[in-house]
Design a protein around this ligand. Sequence first.
Ligand SMILES: C=C(O[C@@H]1C=C(C(=O)O)C=C[C@H]1O)C(=O)O
Length: 388
Amino acid sequence: MASPNLDTVRKDISGTDKQLLELLAKRRQLSMEVAKSKLASSKPVRDTTREQQLLVELIETGKSLQLDAPYVTQVFHSIIEDSVLLQQAYLQQHINPDTIAHKVRVAFLGQQGSYSHLAAQKYFARKAEEVIEHGCKTFKEVIGKVENGLADYALLPIENTSSGGINEVYDLLQHTSLHIVGEVSVPVEHCLLVATATSEEKIKTIYSHFQPIAQCSEYLSHLPEVAIERTDATSHAFEIVANMARDDVAAIGNADGGRLYGLTAIRTGLANQKQNYSRFIVVARKPIDVAEQIPAKTTFIMSVKQRPGALVDALIILKQNNINMCKLESRPIPGNPWEEMFYVDVESNVSSSNLITAMEQLNDITTFIKILGCYPSDDISPTEPVVD
Ligand SMILES: C=C(O[C@@H]1C=C(C(=O)O)C=C[C@H]1O)C(=O)O
């Protein structure tokens, strides 16, 4: 039997891929129609019962086409996530018409390829056609760009699953007039990146930002002879290693980011936690409204009286109003030794009646309270199909 002609088969694959893209674009259009109907009916964007039915049907159909269930599930989780995010973006633009912009100016730490840059690309993918990037050297500069009107949004990392809360950002939030308008989580896959052919044993100096160094502390503890040099951002480390072009220096950062500087990964998975994620917040000069049909989060800061049980009393108010707290951080208040500012994230919309009541009650028992923002929750956890 004659073997298939490679060029012919590749042509067929390219044609099939184009059809897949056309179908994905058509599905997006249908999803937008659903969004319009939900806007009129006020139904929630997410319908996990419908998603479950859909996945069960798709797995059945997949089987008859020799497509295995994990593959079908993985592909459709990604398609449904896109559809939900698209609908959310549509409803958000509808209730915040002044945020609709063709071009947005975004400030973040580092340059192309930094984790903040990747987070900015992910966050604005469905929200703006063009992102004008303002790479900065410090978090202070990132915030300053928006405060001074030189950028519309700033992206700031707030926590990481390996190294915890990012104190510098929490402290800056205490004093800024900006508001949190969004959040985005990105997988942070740290790699050892080099400019020339070399091996891990030859590396004498590693360049990276303070955060990846902290998140890879276990890996680095096995390399006591290697000098660690801190840089302003991972993209800065890529630049240094690319310019040196030596076989005894390496950078730690994201493989895709490093590739932009001509670097290759010689080792992957360096973070202490296998599931290494960073959550970024997006801040702007004006607060936004969050549509009722979208799961919202609200972040506020408060300080409480110095007396036994003062924090417990505050948290009980959240419980009594049936509000779920998903994060609590404390940071020192500059100038007031041993006093703490608490950062609280709740799964609730700031305009919901229970959060309005809770805020009024908290106002009476706290010494300071300020809402930093209400924004759509980034958590689109995949729906699992129920298989009998
Ligand atoms: C498209 C819809 O909205 C959301 C997205 C879905 C999808 O892309 O298939 C399914 C259910 C909803 O979570 C819908 O409600 O039908």
